[in-house]
Design a protein around this ligand. Structure first.
Ligand code: DX5
Ligand code: ZN
Length: 220
């Protein structure tokens, strides 16, 4: 069964409550929460406060996609999000210069009983995701656009990485999920599904739509 995680990046924030109610009514379990810092990506979005407000009123699982530069002590930074409620943390492998530091962060996420996930930009090779990292992961996010903005075109060549990951997962006898983010709609969804994607982030295809039900029906 595919997981569909709508991203609220392109939602009209003045109507966010109504938007979330619509997702709830359609049986959506996961919300994808894009955190951008104006350093790792040329855009700035949400911090822990909006997430706190969402979690106070709704009981979605939260998939926090951290498009941020990481330096210094990460615990305090993570704790502000953990305190308000995160179910899966995705950090970008490109954010880390030091592998031990990345593994420390992943272990901290796991100790906090949160799903640990690592994202790869379209230009990043799957080889970067070495077995000593992969062994900890609950999810791998393959970006199908360069991160920063919703509404970009799907980059089909990244599906090669999905296929390689499916093989690797079998070889390693692992069970992490494979997620895709960027340009997912009714046309690109089946391509990603056939390649082996388990979990789909979708932003502008689902945001601010009156025909949400029929759009979601096309993502099966
Ligand atoms: C892009 C974000 C995505 C974005 C996807 O950097 O990570 O989650 O919301 O939006 P669409 O589906 O419009 O590409
Ligand atoms: Zn995202």
């Amino acid at each position: 069964m595919s997981i569909i995680a709508p991203s609220i990046l392109n939602s009209n924030l003045l109507n966010l409550r109504e938007e979330l109610i619509k997702f709830k009514n359609e049986g959506i379990e996961w919300i994808h929460y894009d955190v951008m810092d104006f350093h790792f990506v040329p855009n700035l979005t949400f911090g822990p406060k909006l997430l706190k407000d969402i979690n106070q009123e709704f009981n979605f699982k939260i998939d926090a996609h951290m498009m941020v530069e990481i330096k210094g002590k990460f615990e305090d930074y993570l704790d502000t999000f953990i305190k308000v409620g995160v179910d899966q943390f995705t950090f970008h492998i490109e954010s880390f210069k030091n592998k031990d530091y990345l593994i420390d962060l992943i272990r901290y996420i796991k100790q906090s009983k949160i799903r640990a996930s690592i994202a790869l930009n379209p230009g990043t090779s799957i080889k970067e995701l070495t077995d000593d990292i992969l062994v900890y992961l609950d999810n791998v996010l393959i970006m199908s656009v360069n991160p920063g903005f919703g509404g970009q075109s799907f980059m089909e060549p990244v599906l090669d990485k999905v296929r390689q990951l499916v093989i690797k997962r079998k070889e390693n006898k692992q069970s992490f999920t494979i997620q895709i983010d960027g340009g997912i709609d009714d046309v690109t969804f089946p391509l990603a599904k056939v390649a082996g994607v388990d979990s789909f982030v979708s932003g502008s295809y689902l945001a601010n739509k009156d025909d949400l039900k029929s759009r979601l029906k096309k993502l099966v």
